[in-house]
Design a protein around this ligand. Structure first.
Ligand code: COA
Length: 327
């Protein structure tokens, strides 16, 4: 069995936060942010919105466009590093919201590579003949993980969700290279809760318990890692698939930074026009960025059956993944 994309959907919170707004709360400027990153705006959730509800909204659009019955979904995978709860998982919350009563549901955490890992998990299940219809979602509320006093991180990220329905099919193309390097885990971090139980001898002060950690990043390390790693994985995947780069219609990369995408394009000697971008509007939405971009392209009828497309994600862990699909 092979796998194909059937539909996409996305949801972005309505609240727009532009660079000028940020320059009023931290020492930054529209000029600095846009010239270093390409980001001009991002969307941020307001009260009542969350990772699961955005995921469900994106999923509902994908289901409607696919014209399928939610009861036909066998598996729901949600890639997120910002779930609303430790329990239940986000995928179960989505299941309840959309009525996908027959689905197996779980979350997958791989930072900005999450959607690519989830896509590969879906492919493995479909290839093995275990499931036929899979709903894959990337959904993030990164605004709650940011230190809004830290100008080096708060300007980069945004909230949002993207979804795709993939199904088993007879013929298709799917080649991947995935990787992880835990030794470089400190490049992007955000700690969870302190261990507080009767066996922990170290007294933890109330202020320790209450102080939450936020996203910390070694920006230049991450930049160098991506530019060094991703072009090679793209070349290898194209070779593995027996294709040439001339046959690649689009390189849909994780929307972290315009300069990163330009460097990758330059290394591959490919025109930047083949690298669609929307990070100027939405910032870095981590696991949601690739499915949001695919959905925006899909709505503009830019994706045609038979198009060969590279999808590539990279981020904390460190993790990375590049996949060649045929639309
Ligand atoms: N506004 C103004 N100045 C800022 C700033 C901001 N928002 N953020 C950092 N600066 C300052 C720094 O304090 C530093 O000042 P100093 O020279 O006085 O110490 C200066 O700008 C340069 O900082 P540096 O971190 O070296 O900048 P950079 O050119 O590496 O750009 C990033 C920073 C974050 C834009 C860049 O490293 C990057 O894009 N990295 C990849 C990050 C990423 O995409 N992560 C997610 C991957 S999934």
């Amino acid at each position: 069995m092979e796998m194909r994309f059937v539909s996409t959907g996305s949801y972005l919170p309505e609240q727009v936060v532009d660079n000028d707004f940020l320059s009023r709360i931290v020492d930054t400027s529209d000029e600095w942010i846009s010239s270093r990153t390409g980001i001009r705006q991002r969307r941020v959730v307001t009260a009542g919105e969350g990772t699961a509800c955005m995921a469900a909204k994106a999923a509902t659009k994908a289901i409607t466009r696919a014209g399928i019955d939610p009861q036909d979904i066998d598996l729901i995978l949600v890639a997120t590093m910002s779930p609303d709860n430790y329990l239940p998982n986000t995928a179960c919350e989505v299941q309840a919201e959309i009525g996908a009563v027959n689905a197996v549901c779980y979350d997958l955490s791989a930072a900005c590579t999450g959607f690519i890992y989830a896509l590969n998990t879906a492919y493995a299940f479909i290839k093995a003949g275990i499931y036929k219809t899979v709903l894959i979602i990337g959904s993030e509320v990164l605004s709650k993980m940011l230190d809004w006093n830290d100008r080096s991180t708060c300007v980069l990220f945004g909230d949002g969700a993207g979804a795709a329905i993939v199904q088993a099919t007879d013929i298709g193309l799917f080649e991947s290279i995935l990787g992880s390097d835990g030794k470089r885990k400190d490049a992007l971090t955000c700690a969870s809760r302190y261990i507080v139980n009767p066996l922990v001898s170290k007294a933890i002060s109330l202020s320790d318990k209450e102080s939450l950690d936020y996203v910390r990043m070694e920006g230049q390390e991450v930049f160098k890692f991506v530019v060094k790693t991703i072009p090679g994985t793209i070349q290898q995947v194209i070779e593995k698939a027996g294709c040439t780069k001339e046959e690649i219609r689009y390189y849909v990369l994780h929307q972290a930074n315009q300069r990163i995408l330009e460097s990758v394009a330059k290394k591959l000697k490919e025109p930047i026009e083949k690298f669609p971008m929307n990070l100027d509007k939405y910032g870095n939405t981590s696991s949601a960025s690739i499915p949001i971009l695919l959905d925006k392209m899909n709505k503009k009828n830019k994706l045609n059956r038979g198009d060969k497309i590279i999808l590539s994600g990279f981020g904390g862990g460190l993790t990375w993944g590049t996949t060649l699909i045929e639309w």
